[in-house]
Write a new protein. Structure first.
Ligand SMILES: NC(=O)c1ccc[n+]([C@@H]2O[C@H](COP(=O)([O-])OP(=O)(O)OC[C@H]3O[C@@H](n4cnc5c(N)ncnc54)[C@H](OP(=O)(O)O)[C@@H]3O)[C@@H](O)[C@H]2O)c1
Length: 334
């Protein structure tokens, strides 16, 4: 990921914030939902300059309001809808199942119906938490989901709803998403590392940390290829794909890598890290033990692989440092 990527558009409250010359004939109209989230911000970076982008956060479109979704999408009339919004509070979803289902399960169906009506391409994201984790080796797209949590169940409902509607849609299942901004494990570790000298981290859940930037760049590359006719008709490419950074680790392994690199890049002291089993860190929602996803289908169909997770971590830490420095220099000039 470039550390000198253009600044993302500010999320708009109406679908009218072109990132490039409006109306230029070769640029597709792209509607990005969830514009303030980790992935939403990175999608804006990746599509800026290549599309006429309208980016909406929850103030621009509340995905729990069905009619609002239909009105906004019809008004924007996009050729591509990128749905980066979701109810992502995995533990809170256990006590807010209806809201989680409205955003993760029902809104994707409405988006798919509206996309079909416009013949637009819908790109939606789902999660490794649709699986129960009881498999040796990486999960494939044909493995049977069995979510352990309300979040996982609602995300699975969203996948199924989109597939039932059909049309020109792509669902990318990903995992352990993080970015230089937003709420994520990387930023939590960096903060806790400054506050404490000893951290206990779960070491019996296996997954693939994936940067929002890698996801956004891969999405841009695939969407561009589809619009250019590179991948053939929709029956050749529409469907569900796993999309994560390459390799896998545990949360403990991820934390070790973060602090080793942070010590060099951010000159931050390294706390003592203690590996613990999930049983010593009970959470309201259960997580799968092995949620590593096979990316073979993505590579086969689109000829594309995301970076190995340690490489993507380096890039995101560098970007984190860049934004921290930018913040400091802005404060200095205030
Ligand atoms: N984060 C992960 O570890 C992870 C792992 C696997 C898959 N995924 C999937 O990857 C995708 C992107 O995740 P992310 O990490 O970028 O999530 P995120 O940072 O939590 O962003 C989600 C965005 O959705 C917005 N949103 C929530 N409720 C909404 C509503 N009612 N109407 C409109 N917008 C609403 C949120 O707005 P507010 O900021 O205002 O709440 C937030 O900006 C999601 O589909 C997620 O399920 C994420």
């Amino acid at each position: 990921m470039s550390t000198h990527a253009p600044q993302p558009n500010r999320p708009a409250s109406a679908p009218s914030s072109p990132a490039s010359a409006p109306g230029s004939p070769q640029q597709p109209r792209v509607l990005i939902l969830g514009a303030a989230g980790q992935l939403g911000v990175e999608l804006q970076r990746s599509f800026a300059g290549h599309a006429e982008v309208a980016a909406l956060d929850r103030h621009g479109l509340d995905l729990s309001a069905e009619q609002q979704i239909r009105d906004v999408v019809r008004r924007a009339s996009p050729q591509v809808i990128l749905n980066a919004s979701a109810y992502t509070a995995v533990d809170r979803a256990e006590t807010e199942p209806d809201l989680a289902m409205a955003i993760n399960g029902h809104a994707p169906r409405v988006l798919a119906e509206e996309a079909l009506r416009l013949n637009a391409l819908l790109v939606h994201y789902s999660t490794d938490y649709v699986f129960d984790g009881n498999k040796q080796g990486p999960w494939t797209e044909t493995d049977t989901p069995h979510p352990l949590s309300v979040y996982g169940a609602t995300k699975l409902a969203g996948e199924e709803a989109i597939r039932a509607v059909g049309g020109r849609s792509l669902i990318f299942r990903t995992s352990w998403v993080y970015a230089p901004h937003g709420k994520n494990f990387l930023l939590t570790m960096l903060r806790l590392g400054r506050e404490r000298d000893r951290l206990s981290i779960v070491d019996d859940q296996l997954g693939a940390p994936t940067t929002a930037s890698e996801l956004a760049q891969a999405t841009h590359s695939i969407v561009s290829g589809i619009l250019a006719g590179q991948f053939g008709p929709p029956e050749d490419w529409a469907g569900l794909y796993h999309m994560t950074c390459a390799g896998s680790t545990t949360w403990y392994g991820f934390a070790q890598a973060i602090f080793q690199r942070a010590a060099q890049l951010l000159h931050q002291p390294i706390p003592e890290l203690v590996p613990i089993p999930s049983s010593q860190y009970p959470t309201p929602a259960r997580r799968p033990q092995n949620s590593v996803l096979s990316n073979a289908l993505l590579a086969e169909r689109f000829g594309l692989r995301l970076a190995p997770w340690p490489v993507a971590l380096d890039a995101t830490l560098a970007a984190t440092l860049d934004s921290a420095l930018a913040e400091l220099s802005q404060k200095a000039t205030e």
